[in-house]
Design a protein around this ligand. Sequence first.
Ligand code: IFM
Length: 430
Amino acid sequence: MEHRSRHAPALRRFLWGAATSAFQMEGAPACDWTFWKVRDEADRAARLRGVGHLDRTEEDLGLLSSLGVNAYRFSVEWSRVAPRRRDWDRKAMDRYVRIAARLREAGIEPMVTLHHFTNPGWLADGASWAEGDARGEFLRFAEKAVRALREHVRLWVTFNEPNVYVTGGYLGGLMPPGRKNLREGFNVYANILSAHALVYDLIHAGARERPAVGVAHSMVVFRPFSEKSSLDGWAARVAHAFYNLSLIEAFRTGTLSLRLPFLHEEAFPVGTRDKLDFLGVNYYFRLFLRLSPVSIRGPEYFWEDRSRRGLTETGWEVYPKGFEETLRTASAAGVPIVVTENGTAETSDRRKIAYMKDHLRVLHRLIREGTDIRGYFWWSLMDNYEWLEGLRPRFGLYRVDFDSLERVPTNSADFYSRWIKKHPDPLHEP
Ligand code: IFM
């Protein structure tokens, strides 16, 4: 790919990675997810320690070297480094800096996510993403975190899945803060994207070596539940426009346009034009939508096994064709794509490997055809705390015994290692 040199150095070699997030790996004593609808004592404990990564950081980083990946995506837990408003925990931050330094020493490119769903508990008292004042607090955190990490980090994800954060936290009420308010949701989306634009500049301004800054965008293939229903078709089109396209458009135009035809249309200037060095794509499944004429809550959604591969342990359909469709849609952003997450929750190695193989084949085919894809990160390095489902789904390349916290490699880890060895540079394969 002759134009590779125009891009940031960290995007010039293909990134083969694994991804995690801080809360899911190490828990947190005082973030919004610590207290959100805790189910029982075991769940409470899991939210405080995740899968024990804090005590096993060295061991876990060692697993990356055994795997043979050349990149690792992890996040900084905002509530750990800023446990109280205007309070900064240097020691907590230093630990993340050591992780990044240690990765670079091992030849593994750190990709740091600054916001992966969680907010410090104190943020809720007086600052909100809907009003916009949370943005100022986030910028204060981002500025310090970037300053501490930039010596070792060249790849940044400002926000993980803004569309999931907005849909889960402000439209569906499933995630903290549990709101169901369209107007607030739109404001939050706009505030997050404008925070991205500011952090983009901040990262670029002080960098010694050109960094690459992106977002990790969740993308879903939407289909009408019934091909014959025009309402279902309408719901699928609107969902695609809102969930998949509005963010991509915001990076082309600088404006976040949210259109729910006949219901609501709004445009927010968010300053994002050209403030994206790569688009991170998180792809998992296809979703069927049904909209009944009497439904006041909006469309119902379903995963169905129409591809006849059996649903996964999170009840999701396995649909590799959708990965192709998604990557083609994502290329409209006009910047390189990095698959920042792809994976499946399966205890069966056979099924996990089949999923991986089918998705990797799609990846290689699209690269061969000229789609500008620079990296692939498996979700996740190891089983960890899965938000609404807690410690149950097994997305990991390493299996975690949820009692002893022991990590055991699965055959899918071995399969992934061998695949990477066989395809060290997919960008230059015949
Ligand atoms: O575990 C999550 C991750 O935090 C964000 N993307 C989807 C994953 C699987 O649900």
